[in-house]
Each structure stands twice: as C-alpha cells, then as structure tokens.
Design a protein around this ligand. Structure first.
Ligand code: FAD
Length: 470
C-alpha cells in the first residue's frame, strides 16, 4: 500500500481483514494525508483543515466503525446560517417524510425571499421527481457525452440571483470545493438528492470531536494485528516495471520491496511521477491524469482571548468566509481555558491564493465582526492560515472520463484515491470508496470475491417512489 491517506488506510484495513499481510508505506510522519492533523511549534494540535462528513457518507462511517473511531464523530441535526447583517437562520428536519422533512424550516427560513424560495422549490421538485437524475441534467450525445454545468442547470430552472448565492452556492461550493460554473450538474444534483431529499438523515453534519489524526489511531492496530505493518517517513521513489508488470517499489532509501499486489493510493498528480515515463506516455489511464484539475481550500485558524461564538458551527452567507467552526466547543473544552479557538473554511478559494496570510486574516476578522459581535471587543491571540492549492479534484463537466477504475493496465498494480472512478466527488467518502473498491478488485483477482463497499442510504418516505433502482 503506497500512501496512508483515507484511500490507502481503508484499502489496507479491508485487505488485512480479508487475510492479506499488508505493508503500508507513507511518506509523511503521520497518517491521514489531506485529512490529517499535526502539532504546531506553539504546541497546538491543529487539523490540516476542518473536515466534515454527512449522514449520507455510508462508507466513511463504515470505515470509522471498523477502526473504532465512529464515536469520535458528533452528528448535528441543526444547520446554522448567518447573513452579513448578523441575522440567523436554522435548517433542520421536522417530523415529515422525505423529501418533505426540511419543508417547514425552509418555508420559515428568514434569509431568503419568497421569489427565491419558489424558484428553489421548483428546482428541488425536479430533482426529487427525477429520483436524483432529472433528464435535463444528464450528459447528452450532442455534447460528446459531457454533462452541463450546475450553473447552466440552475439558469435553465430560472433561479434568482439570491437563490443561487444564498442557497445553491452556499451548499455546493463547500460540498464540492468548486464554483457552480465548473461543477458538472450531475455532481451538484447528487448532493441535494443524497443529502437533502432522498432520506431524512442524509444532511446531518458529522464533525470530529478530536483532532483528525486521532481518528486513525485504530488503523495501525487493524493492520498489525493481522501480521502487517505501517511505516511512516517511508516514501516511495517509484515503481519497478518490467514487461507490463509491477515487480517492486523503490523506496526513498534506495531499497526495493516486492509484494504480490501493489496499491497506489497517492494523489493523481503524484502517481505519474512514480511510473516510468514511457509507461505514462503509452497508457491513457496514466497520461490522462494530467487533465484532472485541482481546486484550492483555505483554512484560517484564529484564537481569541475570550468566547466569541455560541453555536458549534455557522455557515456565512454572502461572505468570503463560508464556515466558522467553534473548535473549543466541538472538542468539548469548557470556558476554563478562557479563550476560544475558531476554524474558518473557504472552499474554491481561487481569489485568496495570491493574497498574503495577514490580508486573509484581516478580511476574515472584518467579516466575523459583523456576524459575531463579541469579536469586536475580543483580542486575537494568534492566527494562522493554511492554503491547500490542490485540496480536491475539480468535479468539472467531463472530468469523469479521466477517472480510472481500480485495476490499472499494469499487472499487479491497483489504484485508489479520491480521484479514481468512484462516482463520488473528491471527498473523504470518495477516498474510502476507492480504497474498498481497490480491495475488492484485488480479491476478485485472487478468485475470492468479497464486498466491502456499503450501499447508499435507501431512499425513504415519498422519495422511494421516485428513486431509480441501482
Ligand atoms: C483543506 C481541505 C479540506 C477538506 N475538507 C473536506 C471535508 O470537509 N470533507 C470531505 O469529505 N473531504 C474534504 N477534503 C477532501 C479530503 O481530504 C480528501 O478527498 C481525502 O482525504 C483524500 O484521501 P486520499 O487518500 O485519496 O488522498 P491523500 O489524503 O492525499 O493521501 C495520499 C497519501 O499518499 C502519501 N504519499 C504521496 N506520495 C507518496 C510517496 N511517494 N510514497 C509514499 N506515500 C506517498 C501522502 O503523503 C498522503 O498521505 C478536504 C481536503 C482539503 C485539502
């Protein structure tokens, strides 16, 4: 297993459970890849960036359960929103069957007008009646089999500017880390179907109560107790390939390791560099990876000298800052520390990549002063900004063409990563799905078939009458 992110870990744990002796080689000194945490020189344990899951992420939940981390995720039924003038709105399910369970919250939501709501309801109805696959969102042969963008689909469905800004954009830019004109409509629509329409619980937001790294404590055990091992600071320089087969991996210390099967669970922009260049040029599966684009996420960590926020998290409308997480509360730390640690997230943060860290902190503080008035009096003890330029793979129209299946064209080599063909966007759930699919592909190759992949939540209530059989 090359790579100890969620794809490598989930594949490794699944294969170990299936009786394989797994050796996992991770380049960095910690597990978790892009969903990791580390200790700052100040001693603070911070996440690379706040990560959240949703109730509809069935495989991530399964993985956390397998490694004993499920109870470290707290799920929230209430979503909190704030307009720039500080007004609040809440969305939560009422006692109605899906897809009507959010109807009451939505009807009374104070941060959208009636014209916005009418337009949104019509579009949501079209998604629900189409069972999450409305015909006008599907790729058409006239367009070379490439789907339209989410923005085009919303424009077709006559959404108001405010509905786009305060509803569709707010949910999709953070869920898919991309702007609406660069998201294939299928992906955007899937988010609404799976999280908000097909079941009552799919929208619930799951947030770790611990730094991300703690979630992976059980992974090493799961692999070692079945005879395998997990090695950190164990980078791989490249695959040894001969006659169309992987015959080993060369480690950064120059040694060569051999195995019956190899899983490359590294990011898509790293994999080609680990393969001989003639193999990459010859095999479209590898050469096409350069066509997958990445999108950035910026995380801003702020420590105040006093409590400034009461909600566990807040989604900001019409602001550069998209989410504010009350880390002190989420970690279950009381007021005894005196201060409060907030983590802000800005997805698809193209506008910030060129701006200095000080400028970004200044901009975020200005926005917080409007929605969290207590920050006006509070002193900022310290702040840090983490810019991830290649945070996720952009779900651009047509990008599915370049996402490969787990079995690679090289004998012995299997692929895992949030960028492979999972049907899901580049997320933790996508990464775990890819890990399970790679494990299943290896087992299939040995003739011993086993299923690790968990199905999506079954559509419930009225939604099940519109769902497509899968
Ligand atoms: C800032 C940010 C915020 C995010 N927020 C969310 C969120 O809220 N919810 C969500 O679901 N998803 C979120 N994501 C996406 C999520 O983190 C990723 O989709 C997922 O973690 C990818 O897992 P992976 O295993 O496919 O890849 P990675 O996590 O990138 O793992 C690849 C691993 O391979 C290792 N590696 C690379 N080269 C070598 C080598 N030569 N030898 C050995 N090892 C190597 C790397 O060190 C790394 O550990 C976010 C991502 C970022 C960056």
């Amino acid at each position: 297993m090359i790579g100890g992110g969620l794809a490598g870990l989930s594949s490794g744990v699944a294969l170990a459970e299936a009786g394989f002796r797994v050796r996992l080689l991770e380049k960095r000194p910690h597990l978790g890849g892009r969903a990791a945490s580390y200790v700052l020189p100040s001693g603070d344990h911070v996440d690379n960036c706040q990560h959240v899951t949703l109730g509809c992420c069935t495989n991530l939940e399964d993985f956390y359960r397998r490694v004993g981390a499920a109870d470290k995720i707290k799920f929230f039924d209430r979503l909190y929103f704030a307009a720039p003038d500080g007004r609040r709105g809440i969305m939560q399910a009422a006692a109605l069957p899906a897809p009507l369970h959010m109807a009451f919250s939505f009807a009374t939501f104070p941060l959208l007008g009636w014209a916005d709501k009418t337009a949104i309801v019509k579009a949501l109805l079209s998604i629900a009646l189409g069972g999450g696959r409305p015909a006008d969102s599907l790729p058409s042969p006239s367009n070379g089999g490439i789907g339209i963008s989410m923005l085009s689909w919303l424009q077709k469905h006559r959404q108001t500017d405010r509905a786009i800004r305060r509803f569709w954009e707010v949910i999709l830019v953070s869920a898919l880390d991309e702007e609406l004109d660069r998201i294939e409509a299928r992906y955007g629509i899937d988010v609404f179907w799976k999280a908000f329409l097909s079941t009552r619980g799919g929208y619930r937001v799951g947030i770790p109560r611990v730094p991300l790294g703690v979630l992976y404590d059980g992974c090493k055990d799961a692999i070692t107790k079945r005879g395998g091992d997990v090695q950190l600071r164990a980078g791989v320089r490249g695959f040894v390939v001969a006659s169309g087969r992987v015959e080993g991996v060369e480690r950064e210390d120059g040694s060569v390791e051999t195995a019956d099967y190899y899983v490359a669970a590294v990011p898509q922009n790293i994999l080609p560099g680990l393969l001989p260049s003639d193999v990459v040029e010859r095999e479209p599966v590898f050469s096409n990876l350069s066509k997958l684009r990445s999108s950035p996420i910026t995380g801003v960590h702020l420590w105040f000298d006093r409590p400034v926020m009461t909600e566990p998290f807040l989604t900001l409308l019409d602001s550069t800052t998209q989410w504010v997480f009350n880390k002190t509360q989420l970690y279950g730390e009381g007021a005894e520390s005196g201060g409060q640690y907030l983590q802000l997230v800005i997805s698809a943060s193209y506008n910030l990549t060129q701006r200095s860290r000080q400028e970004i902190i200044g901009l975020c503080i200005d926005e917080l002063r409007e929605v969290l008035p207590a920050t006006r009096e509070a002193a900022l003890v310290k702040g840090t900004v983490v810019k991830e330029m290649c945070a996720t793979v952009s779900p651009a129209p047509g990008s599915d063409r370049w996402r490969p299946k787990p079995k690679s064209p090289l004998a012995g080599l299997f692929l895992a990563g949030d960028w492979t063909a999972t049907g899901w966007p580049s997320t933790m759930e996508g990464a775990v799905r890819s890990g399970y699919l790679a494990a299943e592909a290896i087992l299939f190759h040995t003739g011993a078939s086993r299923t690790f992949l968990r199905p999506d939540l079954r559509p419930e209530g009225l939604a099940r009458f519109f769902a497509h059989e899968s």
